[in-house]
Design a protein around this ligand. Structure first.
Ligand code: SAM
Length: 316
């Protein structure tokens, strides 16, 4: 019973993330014509939260775009715990198509997303398949490039069979994205998942966005806020430091990893012009609070680079 309640709370974190992104988009932090099609209502958030989401979304998107360009589109993307992410459609608009784009989440998240996509012309059009070529079920959608599939990431056999069902090719360079996902899983499960990826895919790049430096007082407060909403943060031990974020990959068969605090991401991976633009959107009263937040989130990238494609250079 407890586990079911905990899983429900974890699933609801998607609503939280989507509402935060939706509000930041509405204020003009970045452009996303697709998110309002999946998330109808808006809820006001503080300027620190909006800037935090801006750094998260733009930081991650910039790295993904670099990867696709470096691979000249001959690559696959898997978004684990994708929630209501709209990256697939935004990449299409940017002219960055890939061979395969797979999203996996719990069935009751994917079934809601599936329903919204199915009933929206703008989202369906992006799938570039005739309607008869799209296979739907209550919780899944499979088209030529885009696949939305349901699995519990703690169950490796489910994950593996979904990758096969989505016709993933193990020898094509593949990017895996975890955006605020692994922290909800006991560490032995996330280790096993990262090991599975490293075992199966010869050329792979991973982006993991989540909490870091959780061992200080600010970290304590962040964690108790999250826990008070009923979420189990079973994987939080990997969020102790940048080193522990990197080590989880090295331990599980990856060639290398580099974790950057969001402070670094903000100042090195996002263009100064963009930063100037968004810093004018809202007055930020508590600059220190934003610095603290940025110090407690990171992007960790990791690579397994059998073809020597210089994946280690993508965040430099
Ligand atoms: N990645 C999206 C984003 O950043 O907007 C959603 C993030 S939300 C904080 C976490 C997502 O991970 C939720 O959609 C949740 O359902 C999913 N998730 C967490 N644990 C999972 C598991 N064991 N299996 C499948 N999905 C999981």
């Amino acid at each position: 019973k407890h586990n079911l309640d905990g899983d429900e709370a974890v699933r609801s974190t998607n609503d939280d993330a989507s509402h935060c992104k939706r509000f930041a988009v509405q204020l003009g932090y970045w452009t996303d014509p697709y998110l309002p099609l999946l998330v109808r209502s808006t809820e006001r958030k503080t300027p620190e939260i909006n800037r935090g989401y801006f750094a998260r979304v733009i930081g991650i998107t910039n790295i993904i775009e670099k990867f696709i360009k470096a691979m000249e589109g001959n690559c696959q993307i898997v978004n684990f715990g994708a929630g209501f992410d709209t990256l697939y459609w935004k990449l299409l608009d940017a002219g960055l198509s890939v061979k395969k784009f797979v999203e996996i989440d719990f069935a009751n998240v994917t079934s809601r997303k599936c329903h919204y996509i199915r009933n929206n012309d703008k989202l369906i059009r992006g799938l570039h398949s005739d309607d008869e070529e799209i296979r739907y079920s209550t919780s899944e959608l499979h088209s030529g490039v885009y696949h939305l599939a349901a699995a519990d990431l703690r169950k490796l056999s489910e994950v593996e069979s979904k990758l096969v069902e989505c016709s993933m090719e193990y020898n094509v360079p593949t990017l895996f994205l975890f955006e605020c996902v692994l922290v909800y899983m006991p560490i032995q499960f996330s280790h096993a998942l990262l090991q599975l990826i490293a075992d199966k895919f010869s050329t792979t790049f991973c982006i993991n966005y989540e909490q870091v430096n959780m061992t200080d007082r600010f970290g304590d407060v962040m964690l108790s806020n999250l826990r008070s909403r009923g979420c189990s943060l079973a994987g939080v031990e990997a969020c102790a430091s940048l080193k522990s974020q990197e080590d989880r990959f090295i331990l599980n068969g990856w060639d290398g990893a580099r974790a950057l605090e969001m402070n670094q991401v903000y100042h090195s991976l996002i263009s100064p012009v963009e930063i100037q633009r968004i810093e004018k959107i809202e007055f930020l009263d508590e600059k220190e609070l934003l610095d603290q937040l940025f110090h407690h989130y990171c992007i960790c990238v990791a690579w397994k680079d059998s073809l020597d494609l210089k994946l280690n250079l993508l965040t430099i």
